[in-house]
Structure formats: structure tokens, C-alpha cells
Design a binder for this molecule. Structure first.
Ligand SMILES: [Zn+2]
Length: 438
């Protein structure tokens, strides 16, 4: 039977069998259900709207995502999991100063990231191609190649010059996340407790208008609730949340509350559910406090953002930051001793405040909840792989089929699953293109 893989259909049987084996280990699914999920998964255009690329080595001989890597997203893993396309994000961290001195190097970093994304498609033209429109996505997916798409995470590198948006656009950028973990010149973040602009700044509003004009999706992941509402009021096209969760299930500051989710239906936008454990499931506060107290007692410092043990969060290193200086043998022995004591005492905390970090089931619970609040036309998937995302059952792209299996198990139809895996995002993108042409 002809499908989107065309002549590549046979080549896909083996990689997909890998996904089946993984899902079968996760939870035994009967053969009929699995066959149904596989058929839906192969036919749908499957997109992930948020994966990080990391540092300057990306798409060079040192780090070639065209072959197998230790990353959660590379072209072989995408193919094995039947994932058609991915938005790779050129993430730029920001400095506290919102001035030209900070903006200039950040702009250069964003351009370097976008060039790396373009370079990947030039290194492997037989395996992937850069998509610049929804029509491109559909055309490229049909050829059996992976669709590479570009986003910029954080508006900081744009500085105060709207013309920089055009430079991002010309390198393929089709969404920009207005703000990251700190307030910037465009918008308030969900990170700090105190607002800076009380939502979008005047420049932020002009930025949204310019993105509308260019046909670039406005991404509100990481933004404060007020920034979200301001963006919805300002944008003449639907908005996106490229990697977020539902606050009712996990009270993380960057997840959407029920009113925000309901507003997506009217706006026409989409929330792409994130697969980062700490955003999906909150650790009991008593447990967090007990672990922090123990770490302080042992002189171990903070835990660095994650909710589970080692899961979630984004380390400076994962983000391409400076690695720590090596320890002396004495320091190493001391650190090992403390670590052992920590592991031992952690058992007491585990017994008193048991906590199971988020899994595939929690991820799909967020999809269910968002569908209930916003409607089936306003929910998608944005993992945050290689930026802290990844959960048991959906820990890299080779496991993408597991999501479809779980959706089928929960009674979602083929049409609904096709919308979640990419149909909704493509609709929003088309609306953004239409608004730009007006
Ligand atoms: Zn992010």
C-alpha cells in the first residue's frame, strides 16, 4: 500500500520494529493495537517543535547528527522512530545587560546556530532538507527525507533592531521564542517573581507585528502569563507554545493555566506538549526541601533545576556552557565520600516522600488535559530533547511510536492523532503565512 515513505517503505520496516520492541517492553500492547498505531504513525506527518542543537560543534565532523550520536535527536533516531520533521532551536542564553554590548555577541551566536542548522541539511542532502513552509514540509516528508526546520529560542539576540528578524527569517527561522528564563527587552519571563515590563514591552509589541509581517510564528513558551495575554492581543495571527505543559497537572511557572489553554481555541493557536520531566510532574515540596537540606548539610550546593533525580533541568554544560575545572585527587576523594553519604541518606527521604519522576503516561496525561481544555485542534508535541527533555518511554526520537501507541490505547482516532502529531502545527503555520500576505 502506498504511503508517505514511498519507495522507502521497505527500509522502514526494520527501524520501526525497533520502536515496537521498545514499546512492547514498556507495556505489553496487543498486536492489533500495535499494528493500528503503526499504520497511523506512518501515514501522519509527525513533527516535534522543539529540540536544542547545543554548541558550535553541531553539524561538523565532531558532532554529525547525520549518523548515530549520543543525542536524543539525530537523523537515524528520527528515521527509526518514524519522526518526519523537527524544529531545531538556535538557543541563546542572555546576559543581564539589555544593551548593545550584550546584544551583539548574542546575535552572532544566534546566526551561528542557524548556520549550523542549515549546514546539517547541506552535509546530508540525501537524508534531510530545510523546510521553509508547510508546503515544503509536506513535499519533503513524501520523499522519505527528514524535514529540518529552524527556530530561535529567546528574543534577546534580536536586540533592539527589528531588521535582525529578517536575517533570522532568511536563514529559515519560522518561529522565535520571545523570551527565556529571564526578562529581556521584549517581554517578561515566567522565571522571575517580579515583572519588568508587566507583559510585553513596546519593542516586544513591535516585534510581534514584524514577525506577523514576515510570517514567523510567535512562540510564548517561557513567557509570563501577562506576556502571553499581551501577545494574543497584539498578534494578528495565531500564537504557539513550542514546548510547554498544563499548570493544572504540574504547577511549573512556565506551564499554561486553564484560561490560557481555553484561549487557544479562540486564538487558533497551539500548545506543543513538552517531554521534560520536571515540567510534567512536580516533586512534593516537602521532598524538595528535605533534599535541599541534606545537600546543604553535606556542602553539596543546589540541584540545578531538575524535579527528578538527574532528570529534567538544563545544565550549563548541556547548554554549551563552560565545563567545571578538574578536581585534585583529594578533592575527588572528598566529593566521592559526600556523594556516597548523600545516596545513603537519600534512601530515607525516598521512603518518607516517595516520588516517581514523569513517564510517557504523564506526558500523554498533559496531552489529554490540553485537549480537554483547548480542544483537539490546539494541541501538539514539542519535546525539548537535548535541552533537558526526555522521559522513560519517550526518551529520544527512536521512541516516537510509543506516543502513538499510548494515544491509540486511550481511544484517540487516526484523525485526532494526525492533528496532534503535526496537523495542528501546520494549520497554525498556514494561518501565519496567510496573515503575512494581507
Ligand atoms: Zn526552552
Amino acid at each position: 500500500m502506498p504511503n508517505k515513505y514511498g519507495v522507502f517503505a521497505i527500509a522502514l520496516v526494520v527501524p520501526l520494529a525497533l520502536g515496537v520492541a521498545l514499546s512492547a517492553r514498556q507495556a505489553p500492547a496487543d498486536a492489533a493495537l500495535l499494528a493500528k498505531a503503526k499504520a497511523i504513525h506512518e501515514k501522519a506527518i509527525t513533527l516535534d517543535t522543539h529540540v536544542d542543537i547545543g554548541g558550535a560543534d553541531y553539524a561538523t565532523e565532531k558532532l554529525d547528527p547525520g549518523g548515530p550520536t549520543s543525542r536524543k535527536c539525530d537523523l537515524p533516531k528520527m528515521k527509526a522512530g518514524g519522526l518526519d520533521g523537527v524544529f531545531l532551536a538556535a538557543y541563546v542564553g542572555q546576559r543581564p545587560d539589555l544593551t548593545a554590548a550584550g546584544f551583539k555577541p548574542a546575535y552572532n551566536q544566534a546566526i551561528a546556530g542557524l548556520e549550523a542548522i542549515n549546514r546539517l541539511t547541506k552535509m546530508h542532502p540525501e537524508l534531510c532538507e530545510l523546510g521553509r513552509s508547510p508546503a515544503d514540509v509536506e513535499r519533503i516528508a513524501k520523499t522519505g527525507k527528514r524535514v529540518i526546520l529552524a527556530g530561535v529560542e529567546n528574543g534577546y539576540p534580536m536586540g533592539d533592531d527589528l531588521a535582525n528578524l529578517k536575517a533570522f527569517y532568511d536563514l529559515g527561522t519560522r518561529y522565535m521564542t520571545l523570551v527565556h528564563g529571564s526578562h529581556n527587552q521584549l517581554a517578561d519571563s515566567s522565571g522571575p517573581a517580579e515583572p519588568m515590563h508587566n507583559g510585553l514591552s513596546e519593542l516586544g509589541k513591535k516585534t510581534v507585528a514584524e514577525m506577523n509581517r514576515l510570517g514567523m510564528m510567535v512562540d510564548l513558551s517561557h513567557a509570563s502569563a501577562k506576556s502571553y495575554w499581551d501577545a494574543i492581543a497584539t498578534s494578528k495571527a495565531p500564537i504557539i507554545e513550542s514546548h510547554s505543559g498544563c499548570k493544572a497537572l504540574s504547577p511549573n511557572g512556565r506551564n499554561l493555566d486553564d484560561d490560557q489553554l481555553k484561549a487557544l481555541a479562540k486564538n487558533g493557536g497551539v500548545i506543543q506538549i513538552v517531554a521534560l520531566a520536571a515540567y510534567l510532574k512536580a516533586e512534593p515540596p516537602e521532598r524538595t526541601a528535605a533534599i535541599q537540606a541534606l545537600r546543604t548539610e553535606l556542602g553539596m550546593g543546589g540541584r540545578g533545576g531538575g524535579g527528578g533525580r538527574g532528570a529534567g533541568g538544563q545544565s550549563a554544560q548541556a547548554r554549551g556552557g563552560t565545563p567545571p575545572t578538574p578536581l585534585t585527587p583529594e578533592q575527588q576523594a572528598d566529593a566521592d565520600k559526600r556523594r556516597a553519604a548523600y545516596q545513603e541518606r537519600l534512601k530515607e527521604i525516598d521512603a518518607k516522600y516517595p516520588f516517581q519522576s514523569a513517564t510517557l503516561k504523564d506526558f500523554v496525561d498533559h496531552i489529554d488535559y490540553a485537549v480537554k481544555m483547548a480542544g483537539i485542534d490546539h494541541v501538539g508535541i514539542g519535546t525539548d530533547f537535548d535541552g533537558g527533555g526526555g522521559i522513560p518511554g519517550f526518551n529520544d526520537h527512536s521512541e516516537a511510536l510509543n506516543v502513538t501507541v499510548e494515544l491509540v490505547k486511550r481511544g484517540y482516532t487516526e484523525q485526532q492523532i494526525t492533528k496532534i502529531w503535526g496537523g495542528n502545527l501546520l494549520r497554525v503555520w498556514r494561518d501565519v503565512e496567510k496573515a503575512a500576505k494581507k
